[in-house]
Design a protein around this ligand. Sequence first.
Ligand SMILES: Cc1cc2nc3c(=O)[nH]c(=O)nc-3n(C[C@H](O)[C@H](O)[C@H](O)COP(=O)(O)OP(=O)(O)OC[C@H]3O[C@@H](n4cnc5c(N)ncnc54)[C@H](O)[C@@H]3O)c2cc1C
Length: 287
Amino acid sequence: MKRPDISFELFPPASANGLDNLGQAVERLKGFDPKYYSITYGAGGSGQQKSNELITKLAGDSELTLAAHITLAGATRQEITDTVKSWQALGIKRLVALRGDGDVPGEAFVPDSEGFQDSIELIAALRELGDFEIAVAAYPDPHPDSQSLAADLEFLKRKQDAGATTAITQFFFEADSYFKFVAAAREAGITIPIIPGILPINNISQLKRFADRCGATIPEWVIKAFDGLEDNPETSAAVAVSLCLDLCRELIEGGVDAFHFYTLNRSPLTEAVCRLLALQTEQKEAA
Ligand SMILES: Cc1cc2nc3c(=O)[nH]c(=O)nc-3n(C[C@H](O)[C@H](O)[C@H](O)COP(=O)(O)OP(=O)(O)OC[C@H]3O[C@@H](n4cnc5c(N)ncnc54)[C@H](O)[C@@H]3O)c2cc1C
């Protein structure tokens, strides 16, 4: 049994303390030999500056392979092109191409008048800029801006046709949601790998707020699993690891061979899951 490919998502921390924590997480996660670490792109000027700083810092570590997220929201074509060229100069060969969100949650997205008008235009421009691996987002629970699952898939197919080489899913908590989505995507002519985005649940209250905004579903039984654990971080962490591991195992049984972990810059839960997955693979290999 082949060990699944693993990638870890990080975000640029706001404080010096956060940067220390992130550095420790990166060091600990190196042990799992990740295919890459992806770095999210902040919304707005200061967030984007922090992303750039983090990319520049981590690109200096020759042991790390990076994937830089890039969003088209609020930026001109020229600004995006310049940013990506600066990453190229640092040796970045992987991008995660995204539309991003507007400033006001819930309001219709409006692109910059001098910017790329949608992620299709962005992907096509990135394809012209260099021989990048280009990942894009995919949504097992349809994105709030989509008309339907079929419309979402049609758009994902257009992202593939524009030059995307992989899709990474929004988080989900039931393997069936992923398998149904992948089956529908294949029916719709989408052939690129669709890597499940895995979120070990660090804080269920925060997650509920975030899921409401991005249209992701948290099943009732998952919410129930954390009931009454607000002041009990040890039990909450044990529940989170157990749920996440069950999900990953079910996905592996269904043929999944790669995971993208949303680490939230905290290594312990992701590390626990990856340790146990690696052990399971070793045992199966030895049997
Ligand atoms: C793996 C992953 C990584 C992410 N990283 C970041 C990050 O680093 N920074 C950040 O700010 N956000 C990030 N996000 C969040 C993302 O920016 C939001 O979900 C955003 O609302 C949509 O971006 P997208 O690239 O998926 O959009 P798109 O796929 O371009 O659009 C979302 C949906 O809207 C509809 N749509 C959009 N444009 C059109 C069109 N022209 N015609 C028809 N339908 C259309 C489609 O149904 C589409 O599926 C990430 C999300 C994921 C899943």
